[in-house]
Design a protein. Structure first.
Length: 203
């Protein structure tokens, strides 16, 4: 396996931060060539430092896996505005809503992720979240804060603080809510799937 001298492929370059939908923000550390079944494949080596995960994504598959560039400043501003809005909770079973939230998180789309953060956020004076709600909220917060921190060149903690500051501006849900309480989530809710950490995968 030899490292490619060419620093750019398919519009992406080494050392660039990108978003891989299933894992969030990572950095392209190199572009390699690997021979598989007699064919030479070019691969982006993407490192997800916090997850201690490395992916090798074939250059030819960047579109099919929806690898994308980081959000712009305007994208971040729009996402932060989203979290200041009123939570929109559908009148459906929690299990179905949980699937929808997880699909939004794993879409890698910052707009969708910010909607999950908005809908699952609970202030201190609100009912406590169920375990599965909390897991999904933390996963969405992690994805959103990581991208904001890289885009704005701030620490992850500062990225989280930016989001919580905007969440504090959102209308609080109280007794007048027109949607069923999510506290009806049962103990049999499945734990949302997470990323496999400390492993190396080939996309």
């Amino acid at each position: 396996m030899a490292a490619k001298k060419t620093m750019q492929r398919a519009g992406f370059r080494t050392n660039e931060y990108v978003v891989y939908p299933a894992h969030g923000v990572g950095q392209i550390t190199s572009i390699e060539e690997q021979e598989i079944a007699g064919m030479n494949l070019e691969l982006f080596v993407i490192n997800f430092e916090q997850d201690k995960l490395t992916l090798r994504v074939p250059v030819a598959k960047v579109k099919s896996v929806n690898l994308r560039k980081l959000a712009t400043d305007d994208d971040v501003a729009r996402a932060l505005k989203t979290v200041t809005g009123r939570a929109r909770v559908k009148r459906t079973m929690w299990s179905r809503r949980a699937q929808e939230y997880e699909a939004k998180i794993n879409s890698g789309d910052l707009d969708y992720i910010s909607e999950v953060v908005r809908d699952l956020y609970r202030s201190e004076d609100q009912p406590e979240q169920s375990y599965s709600e909390r897991q999904l909220f933390e996963q969405a917060m992690d994805r959103m804060s990581r991208e904001i921190s890289v885009v704005r060149k701030i620490t992850l903690t500062e990225g989280e603080q930016v989001i919580f500051k905007e969440l504090a501006k959102s209308p609080r849900r109280g007794p007048k809510t027109d949607t069923p309480s999510t506290e009806a989530a049962t103990a049999t809710d499945e734990k949302p799937g997470g990323t496999d950490k400390k492993s190396e995968a080939v996309a």
